[in-house]
Design a protein around this ligand. Structure first.
Ligand SMILES: [Zn+2]
Length: 159
C-alpha cells in the first residue's frame, strides 16, 4: 500500500464517492468538507456527530439528546466526548450555544441571531417565526461593545 502513488489512492476514493451515489457517502463527504472549511480536522468522532447534526436540516440539540442519537446509531462515544465536540463546533462557528435555563444549553445549527421559544417542562427549544421588535437597546457599559442580543421566551403548557 505504501508503494502506491498518492494520486492513485486519491482517485480511488473519489471514484468510490461518485459511482456509489449513496446518500450516506455523499453526506460523509459533505461533512468532512464542512469540518475542513471550519478549520477542524475531520476525526471519526467529529464526522460521526457532524452527520447527525448538519445533514438533517436546522436543529436545536442538547448534548444529552445528541448522545442518545449517537448511541442509537451504534456510535461508541461518551457523553463527555459529545460535550467536547459540541464546544469545538461552537468555537469553530458551526453552532451557536443558546442558554435556555440555568442548567442546560442548546446548540443551534443556525448560527444567525434569532429569537427562540423554550418550552419549560418539555425541554424543547424552537425558533420564533414572527419578528420581534425592541424600541431601545441599552448603551453598552464603558469600554464594552454590544456583541448580540439573545432572546429566549419561556413558555409553559396552558392549563
Ligand atoms: Zn434557532
Amino acid at each position: 500500500m505504501d508503494n502506491l502513488p498518492n494520486v492513485f489512492t486519491g482517485d480511488a476514493i473519489e471514484a468510490e464517492l461518485v459511482t456509489e451515489c449513496d446518500a450516506r457517502d455523499l453526506g460523509l463527504a459533505r461533512c468532512v468538507q464542512l469540518l475542513r472549511d471550519a478549520g477542524l480536522r475531520p476525526t471519526r468522532q467529529r464526522v460521526d456527530l457532524g452527520q447527525l447534526l448538519f445533514l438533517n436540516g436546522h436543529r436545536h440539540v442538547t448534548a444529552e439528546l445528541l448522545f442518545e442519537e449517537a448511541t442509537a446509531a451504534n456510535m461508541r462515544l461518551s457523553l463527555a466526548t459529545v460535550y467536547n465536540t459540541l464546544n469545538q463546533f461552537t468555537e469553530a462557528g458551526l453552532l451557536r450555544r443558546i442558554a435556555a435555563d440555568g442548567l442546560k444549553s442548546f446548540f443551534d445549527t443556525d448560527t444567525s441571531v434569532h429569537p427562540h421559544f423554550y418550552l419549560e417542562g418539555e425541554d424543547i427549544l424552537v425558533d420564533v417565526s414572527e419578528g420581534l421588535s425592541f424600541t431601545k437597546m441599552p448603551e453598552a457599559l464603558p469600554g464594552h461593545d454590544i456583541v448580540r442580543l439573545d432572546v429566549v421566551v419561556h413558555l409553559r403548557k396552558a392549563k
